[in-house]
Write a protein that binds this ligand. Structure first.
Ligand code: COA
Length: 429
């Protein structure tokens, strides 16, 4: 009978060691017993960018990158995106189970009650330059909100954590809409609790003189679907940042400011904005082969392509393509979709992309939909952040309550000088 053990022979010493295998994993700390001498620190693993290291146990999101599977709390993303509202999925991610009708109604009421921003946060936003990037405004204002809710530092109190969680989810659309309107010099619109989560966001973005904003139901639903698709994605760069900063027991506003900063980079959430700029740069279907050649020659990347985990297809990209068609029935056709589809077709037949298993990811088509709906490209990553707040908070809660977690602190392989004598200023060359 096979044992869940790994036997390691250290050829340096001839000694044998056994380490336990659990869930297809060995504990890196079990390798520390492997030493060449008593004062040896013990064997470590070297894993830049965490290509093969599990940093936590999590029951929130499951991904099988080879099969293109994404599930929240066990439910396939296709089923959730096909039937649920964003707040329903948020409840699922945070609580582990889908809400019944009564629980959902209470949850929606609770979230919508917290959508108003403290006036100091509004004033803080007003001081940014007129052309400040919305993502940078968002990151800074999230961190500044820590001063509005100093009790959030008490991260060991479950009730307190829940209160901050609701606040953050509820205020994120308000904050995002204010960032947008500040850039355009438009007056801020206060939240409207009669509307759904996504309708209210649209209201705060786009209401002008009309006394009551009426959202187009197809667009509001499309936004709900996009928010569901972006709500969590297990241990990605920004979520790992949320966990890492949170592990120092920083409050959730500060941890989320850091997570949002991680999301803003072009290799992560910032990719959706870059895709639109790339499509603009390409300009026409005829220019695609020349553009692909520049990418293959090592000049830049095909933005919206490739993923650390998905190696056959990104299930979110499949759902987004369908949502795009629905949005276009309302907004009219975005001609950039033609360039995007042709780019995808050519890339998927190209040896360079086939060999490296590069496929369109969630960001490849989302920007085209957002643009058709009237969002400007510099707001696209903010639209990613609004729903991802839920994932960050669910993962933060899991981290805070996990007895195995400690302050995040990797090791290094030191490659610098050995000890050397200090050189006085007059003797330095
Ligand atoms: N365009 C062109 N080549 C790409 C590429 C892209 N979008 N993504 C990866 N590659 C190439 C790399 O250059 C590398 O080639 P090499 O083996 O010749 O050196 C190979 O594919 C493996 O890529 P690597 O950078 O090791 O993969 P990763 O897992 O570290 O990176 C991403 C994953 C997502 C960061 C990367 O695919 C990327 O930068 N994509 C574009 C940005 C994007 O869309 N991000 C959103 C992710 S949801």
């Amino acid at each position: 009978m096979s044992e869940n053990r790994l036997t390691i022979t250290d050829e340096r010493t001839g000694k044998q060691y056994q380490v336990q295998i659990q869930d297809g994993t060995i504990r890196a700390n079990d390798l520390r017993q492997i030493k060449v001498s008593a004062d040896d620190f013990g064997l470590m693993t070297y894993d830049p960018a965490y290509l093969n290291t599990a940093s936590c146990r999590s029951s929130i999101t499951y991904i099988d990158g080879d099969k293109g599977i994404l599930r929240y709390r066990g439910y396939p993303i296709e089923q959730l995106a096909g039937t649920c509202t964003f707040l329903e999925v948020a409840y699922l991610l945070l609580n582990g189970e889908l809400p019944n009708q009564e629980q959902l109604a209470a949850w929606e009421t609770r979230v919508l009650r917290h959508t108003m921003l403290h006036e100091t946060s509004k004033k803080f936003l007003e001081n940014f330059r007129y052309d400040a990037h919305p993502m940078t405004m968002l990151i800074s204002t999230l961190a500044a909100m820590s001063t509005v809710y100093p009790e959030s530092k008490n991260i060991h109190d479950a009730t307190n954590r829940q209160k901050q969680t609701i606040r953050l989810i509820a205020k994120m659309p308000t904050l995002s809409a204010y960032c947008y309107r500040h850039r355009l010099g438009l007056p801020y619109i206060y939240p409207d609790r009669d509307l759904s989560f996504t309708e209210n966001f649209m209201n705060m973005m786009w209401r002008f003189m009309e006394p009551k904003y009426v959202a187009n139901p197809i667009l509001a639903r499309a936004l709900d679907v996009l928010f569901i698709l972006h709500a969590d994605h297990e241990q990605n760069c920004s979520t790992s940042t949320m966990r890492s900063v949170g592990s120092s027991q920083a409050d959730p506003y500060l941890s989320m400011g850091a997570a949002t900063a991680a999301l803003s980079g072009p290799l992560h959430g910032g990719a959706n904005e870059e895709v639109l700029r790339m499509l603009d740069h390409i300009g026409s279907k005829e220019a695609i082969p020349a553009f692909i050649k520049t990418v293959k020659d090592g000049h830049g990347k095909l933005m919206g392509f490739g993923h650390r985990v998905y190696k056959n297809f990104d299930p979110r990209a499949q759902i987004i393509k369908k949502t795009a068609d629905e949005v276009f029935t309302v907004t009219g056709y975005n001609p950039k979709i033609e360039i995007a589809r042709e780019l995808e077709r050519i890339a998927l037949e190209d040896e360079y992309f086939i060999k490296r298993r590069l496929y369109p990811n969630v960001d490849f088509y989302s920007g085209i939909i957002y643009e058709a709906m009237g969002f400007r490209p510099d707001l696209f990553t903010v639209l990613f952040a609004i729903p991802r707040v839920v994932g960050w908070l669910a993962q933060w809660e899991e981290m805070v309550t996990d007895p195995e977690q400690k302050i995040s602190r990797p090791r290094q392989i030191y490659t610098g000088y050995d000890e050397r004598q200090f050189v006085p200023m007059e003797k330095r060359s």
